[in-house]
Structure formats: C-alpha cells, structure tokens
Design a protein around this ligand. Structure first.
Ligand code: ADP
Length: 194
C-alpha cells in the first residue's frame, strides 16, 4: 500500500520515472497529462474541452481535473496504492486529494520532488519537441508552462514540507541514476520495492 506523488517542473522527467517506479513498486502510475492527452487524441467531450488549454500551456480547470482523478482513484487497482504523476498541481487539487484519501481512510506516504534547473529542463523539452511533436513543446509555450508551475505548483511543496512528506531528488543525470536516487530516498523512508 504505497501512495506516492511525483512533483517537479515540466521536463524534469516525471513521466519517465513514473513508469519505472510503478513497475518497481507494483502500483499504477496515474498521469493526469496522459489522461488528458488520450482524451484529446480520441476526441472525447473532455478532450475537446481541454485541447486548446493544453496547447497554450495553461492548467486545465480544477473541477475537470479533480473529477477525473477522483474517478480514477476509486478504481480497484488504485485502492491498493498509486503513484500520481502531475497531480496535484494547485492548492485546490491538494484539498481534493486530501478529501479523496480521507474518504478512503488512506494517506500519502511520500512526495517525491524532482529538482532540475530551468535551462536544463527547457533544453530537454525542446529536444522532446523534435522527437515527439507534442503541441505544448514549443519554446514559448514551454516558458509559459514553467511560469505557471512556479506560480501555481511550487507553493504546494511548502504545504507537503509542513507535513514532512517531501523527499528531494536531483533530476540531472541518466534515467537509471535518477531512479536509483529515488529508490534510495524511498528506502530511507521505509518504502521498499515489491
Ligand atoms: P508536463 O509535466 O511536461 O507539463 P504533463 O503531461 O504532466 O506535462 O501535463 C501536460 C498538460 O496537461 C499541462 O500543461 C496541463 O495543461 C494539463 N494538466 C496535466 N495535469 C494537470 C493538473 N493536475 N491540473 C491541471 N492541468 C493539468
């Protein structure tokens, strides 16, 4: 029963690490960005609502985001633990997650903060832009996503720090080096791989 959050600026490698950690700890990786992107690709009503917002690098409104997460966390696999990648990103989302977990009589174990400097992550995202063609990976939108992160999401770290949940890991270096740092940090908190 491990419940983890993965927090960090765009380009810190959350998605990559989330997939590996989910495997390592035997828990589902739940990415709001992936859920929104698949709705956009499939042209669902939700996808139509969020497409332009995502392309502009803005956050999807809390009401929509909270709804899809509440639904997902109610599914059987997530009842036994999860790794949330990219949620919560606002204080309103923190409150919603608290509410969901309280109702399940559950609690977060650790918030993993992937730390990276802005120039490094912008470089990574521009590289990904040429490889994957994500529509929110243009330089202008990337800079905007960084600003939105700094303004709306970085204050969450203070909230979770007060609860003594935050583990800081540097996101620089090779993928497996970053994974090893996270696994070490979690082991120090008594969380071991399944
Ligand atoms: P990144 O971490 O690189 O920004 P994500 O895939 O996590 O990439 O998110 C892509 C986009 O999806 C965000 O820019 C935003 O528009 C939307 N999104 C994802 N998660 C959230 C969230 N928790 N709240 C609001 N919008 C979100």
């Amino acid at each position: 029963m491990t419940r983890l959050l993965l927090v960090g600026p765009p380009g810190a490698g959350k998605g990559t690490q989330a997939a590996i950690l989910a495997e390592t700890y035997g828990i589902p990786a739940i990415s709001t960005g992936d859920m929104f992107r698949s709705n956009v690709v499939n042209g669902t009503p939700l996808g139509l609502q969020v497409k332009a917002i995502m392309e502009a690098g803005e956050y999807v409104p809390d009401a929509l985001t909270n709804e899809i997460v509440a639904e997902r966390l109610g599914e059987a696999d997530a009842r036994a633990g999860f790794l949330l990648d990219g949620y919560p990103r606002t204080l309103d989302q923190v409150n919603e997650l608290d509410r969901i977990l309280l109702a399940q009589n559950a609690a977060l174990d650790v918030v993993v903060l992937l730390e990276a400097d802005i120039d490094e992550v912008v470089g990574r995202l521009l590289k990904r832009a040429t490889e994957q063609g994500r529509l929110d990976d243009t330089e202008e939108v990337i800079r905007h996503r960084m600003a939105v992160y700094a303004e709306q999401t970085s204050p969450l770290i203070g909230v979770y720090d007060k609860r003594n949940l935050v583990v800081r890991v540097t996101a620089l270096g090779a993928v497996d080096e970053v994974t090893a740092r996270i696994v070490d940090a979690l082991a120090q908190r008594g969380i071991s791989a399944s």
